[in-house]
Design a protein around this ligand. Structure first.
Ligand SMILES: Nc1ncnc2c1ncn2[C@@H]1O[C@H](COP(=O)(O)OP(=O)(O)OC[C@H]2O[C@@H]([n+]3cccc(C(=O)O)c3)[C@H](O)[C@@H]2O)[C@@H](O)[C@H]1O
Ligand SMILES: Nc1ncnc2c1ncn2[C@@H]1O[C@H](COP(=O)(O)OP(=O)(O)OP(=O)(O)O)[C@@H](O)[C@H]1O
Ligand SMILES: NC(=O)CC[C@H](N)C(=O)O
Length: 590
């Protein structure tokens, strides 16, 4: 860094969007150390990691275990020492971790020793300052009041002549608290550690939020987020830096690990002032008061944004890849019906873990069409996945001889024999079974429980059927653009959907057109619209009553369905918790 004329103090900061694994404290600590080394080698003086990076996020009830709390604290102290031992003692490193509040909190009804969602700034081999998250999210997928006690300290560090405040994720989303206190404390930089899960278009919301909060704090805002999958959640990274005037100074790629190194000009720290901090206590520590010699700041580095389909597809690939990898699997298996759902799941799986590790099984029954076999065959040829055929008619016949089922019971037998077949092959060969159902089917209960609903992970669980078609078309077009073979057979995209459980069966025999169904479901599930709202919005009353009833009575199926990647504002699972035993039915008033 050649010295030039200094106007404002400068700082090179690094935002490390890393893929931590929940519970794997030792591995996460190694990961932090490796990325901190990389950032320091690139000249960074402040290196920031996401929320609870040492434990992974969200830790759920692991937060309540004393042994886990202690391990997190020990990892923090060990990390401070290892940074020093590695010659990084002069670099300030901020990490999120699980801590313990030693005070009793009688007003909250919490004893001494309650868990905290905390951050610590490490410098010179020790913890320079620490604090706990103020605002605990308790909506959607979050349950933080169940675990944590809130903090009330805004930590401010003077580093190379700049005052820097730190906060954690939800602290940014709520008015007041740390952001307002940062303004009162007259800081030049606000660093926010995040564990913010992906939802479609959330990157736009975050950018707008960061710009607004930077203006409110009167400070440059650095936002660092996790990346990678954790059960039903996917973290998309999207770390960024915005100036107090709302200019995006840097932005990391989505769904990839990255160390975003950014040079920022920041106002020199003045005498400490703590105006109007409300309920927040400002704690200050000086690490280094003198500014660094100035240098030419790097150009603005703003990574390109993904279009909607590309973004959702990347989320689904990331979610599946990390579920497979983090749970110790190497391969997956799924039934290939020649239909669009199983074709898209296969394409996602091939992109996630490689076609050689994806095992497709065609399981024709007496009612299977010729195209169900030829389209499945075509998919295997296009993707290069492993492929075999297991005819199920003899097994179905054996059950039928013993049980003499008829109607729906007989139809569902085929789906159940396929479930048994896939689970048998999973047990024997060690593959994770993928369920292929989409959000529209799951909403309407249109799947056979313990049949095609068996599996360990369900990639399309939060993807409505109309989006299944869009993603398939996008993935094929993307292949064409890259000069590759489109993975999904065009016939699977264009043919009418059918469960093929009886001759000539079509989804449209039981369900309305998927475009209408998805619109209605979006209003009912994502917006909590009532039956009256839906009729007022123009949906046919009979259809509204039929579909809402189907959705309500299928809650038991959803509870038993495998986990799958969340991509929407309200995914089935933690985002939408309804009683199974439920006497409430939505009706249009007379
Ligand atoms: N509240 C409750 N709590 C716990 N269990 C409950 C329950 N209500 C019913 N059940 C159980 O659930 C059973 C009924 O559920 P289930 O056996 O699934 O059967 P069911 O929902 O009646 O039928 C499956 C439907 O899904 C369609 N399907 C099947 C396969 C694939 C596809 C596709 O396109 O992908 C569509 C099929 O055409 C049919 O319309 C009952 O026999 C009972 O044992
Ligand atoms: N003949 C078959 N061979 C292999 N698997 C099958 C077969 N039929 C159904 N399945 C499995 O059961 C799932 C449910 O498929 P089904 O054909 O009943 O309706 P779907 O929801 O339209 O799915 P798809 O679009 O994949 O056909 C399929 O995705 C597939 O995994
Ligand atoms: N971990 C958190 O506090 C996340 C909450 C926040 N509203 C988000 O989704 O980004």
């Amino acid at each position: 860094m050649p010295p030039t004329l200094n106007r404002m103090p400068q700082l090179r900061l690094a935002l490390c969007q890393v893929n931590a694994t929940v519970g794997a404290i030792a591995d996460n600590t190694d990961l932090v150390l490796a990325r901190a080394r990389e950032a320091a080698a690139a000249g960074a003086r402040l290196v920031a990691f996401p929320e609870m990076v040492l434990t992974g996020y969200p830790v759920e009830d692991l937060a309540l275990r004393r042994s886990f709390q202690r391990a997190s604290r020990e990892a923090l102290d060990g990390l401070a020492q290892r940074l020093l031992d590695d010659g990084l003692g002069e670099v300030a490193v901020v990490v999120g971790y699980l801590d313990i509040d030693e005070r009793a909190r009688p007003k909250l009804g919490r004893p001494a020793g309650s868990p905290e969602n905390a951050l610590a700034v490490l410098h010179g081999g020790r913890v320079a300052i620490r604090s706990a998250k103020h605002h605990l999210p308790n909506y959607g997928v979050f349950d933080e009041y169940r675990y944590f006690v809130p903090g009330n300290v805004l930590p401010v560090v003077r580093l190379h002549g700049v005052d820097i405040a730190f906060a954690i994720c939800e602290d940014l989303w709520q008015d007041g608290g740390p952001v307002a206190a940062a303004r009162g404390a007259n800081v030049g930089l606000l660093v926010v550690l995040n564990g913010s899960p992906y939802e479609l278009n959330k990157d736009d919301t975050r950018l707008e939020l960061c710009a607004r909060r930077a203006a409110e704090a009167g400070a440059t805002l650095a936002y660092v987020n996790l990346v990678g999958g954790q059960d039903e959640l996917v973290f998309d990274g999207d770390s960024l830096v915005v100036s107090p005037t709302g200019q995006t100074l840097a932005r990391a790629p989505q769904f990839e690990e990255a160390v975003l190194v950014v040079d920022v000009d920041l106002p020199a720290a003045g005498d400490p002032v703590d105006l109007d901090a409300g309920d927040v206590t400002v704690e200050r520590v000086v690490i280094s008061a003198d500014p660094l010699p100035a240098w030419e700041v790097d150009e603005i580095a703003v990574g390109p944004r993904l279009a909607s389909e590309a973004e959702v597809y990347a989320a689904l690939v990331t979610g599946l890849r990390d579920y497979v990898r983090k749970n110790g699997f190497r391969s997956v298996i799924l039934g290939l019906s020649g239909g669009i759902d199983s074709a898209l799941v296969a394409a996602i799986a091939c992109d996630a873990i490689g076609a050689a590790n994806v095992h497709g099984v065609s399981m024709p029954s007496a009612y299977s069409s010729d195209h169900s076999r030829s389209d499945a065959d075509d998919l295997a040829a296009r993707t290069g996945c492993q492929f075999r055929t297991v005819p199920i008619a003899p097994m179905v016949d054996a059950f039928q001889d013993a049980l003499k089922l008829s109607g729906l019971a007989e139809e569902n037998l085929q789906a159940r024999v396929r479930g048994v077949t896939l689970m048998g092959l999973s047990n024997a060969e060690g593959h994770l079974v993928l369920a292929t159902g989409n959000k529209s089917e799951l909403a309407a209960g249109y799947s056979t429980i313990y049949g095609d609903a068996v599996g360990g992970y369900a990639p399309l669980k939060d993807v409505p059927k109309t989006m299944v078609w869009k993603l398939s078309e996008w993935r094929n077009a993307e292949a064409e653009r890259r000069g590759e073979t489109p993975p999904i057979p065009p016939n699977s995209i264009t043919k009418p959907p059918s469960a093929e459980l009886r001759p000539g069966q079509l989804d449209s025999d039981s369900l309305p057109d998927y475009a209408v169904l998805d619109d209605l479901l979006d209003d009912y599930i994502e917006q909590d619209a009532s039956a009256a709202d839906l009729v007022a919005a123009g949906f046919d009353q009979e259809l509204v009553e039929k579909i809402l009833r189907l959705v309500d009575i299928a809650e038991y199926k959803r509870r038993q369905y495998p986990p799958g990647t969340k991509i929407s504002l309200r995914a089935f699972g933690r985002d939408r918790r309804l009683p199974i035993t439920n006497g409430w039915r939505e009706r249009v008033p007379e």
